[in-house]
Design a protein around this ligand. Sequence first.
Ligand code: HEC
Ligand code: HEC
Ligand code: HEC
Length: 121
Amino acid sequence: MLNKRIVSLLVIAAIFAMAIPFAATAADAPGGCVTCHTGDKAIPAMLTKVKGHPNVTKLIKSVPDGCAMCHKAGAPKAPTLSVAIHSVHKVAKDVKAAAIKGDCLTCHSADGKIKKAPSNW
Ligand code: HEC
Ligand code: HEC
Ligand code: HEC
């Protein structure tokens, strides 16, 4: 009886531990993308939602800078990295006019640069 309760508490704790990183805020998203996108929300899994996206699982060693091999100005099909990433996260379009603060800081550091980290998959 007691054991069952402990087990179910552990299960609940584990679910929270998985859910929290995905709702990370600026202060606790030090690695940017890979801080939120862990486990079954890792970037390759997320990219399967983008219709027709090439499989880049083995190609990318660092995110998001590695993605720029295709996502760059002048590429024939891929939008620039800022357009692609802002649009899927519903960041307002007119970013140039906006200050880097609040939720922007989950991906950007205060100086406007992009946080990057080794791939976590
Ligand atoms: C603060 C947490 C957070 C950070 C940081 C973050 N994401 Fe996301 N991302 C999300 C959430 C939430 C969604 C939407 C999840 C869903 O639709 O299930 C999402 C969706 C995505 C998708 C799926 C797009 C689609 O078409 O559904 C991709 C790809 C993605 N993110 C890549 C990235 C990359 C690359 C970075 C870093 C530049 C990044 N994310 C940073 C939380 C985050
Ligand atoms: C080999 C080239 C290539 C690489 C590497 C690549 N992409 Fe893409 N990506 C594309 C192409 C091409 C499209 C457009 C797909 C289409 O519309 O058919 C795209 C589309 C997207 C979109 C959808 C944008 C939108 O507005 O709907 C997201 C998000 C995205 N890529 C994220 C990423 C991330 C994150 C990485 C790195 C982990 C990455 N891509 C690496 C080629 C690439
Ligand atoms: C989910 C991650 C994410 C969030 C949240 C985010 N950005 Fe970005 N942003 C990016 C990425 C990735 C790039 C492309 C960096 C590169 O090309 O090296 C970018 C590029 C930019 C650029 C330079 C390119 C351009 O489009 O002009 C500006 C300015 C910018 N972001 C402002 C903002 C502001 C303001 C916010 C908050 C309202 C914000 N961003 C939120 C990921 C994000």
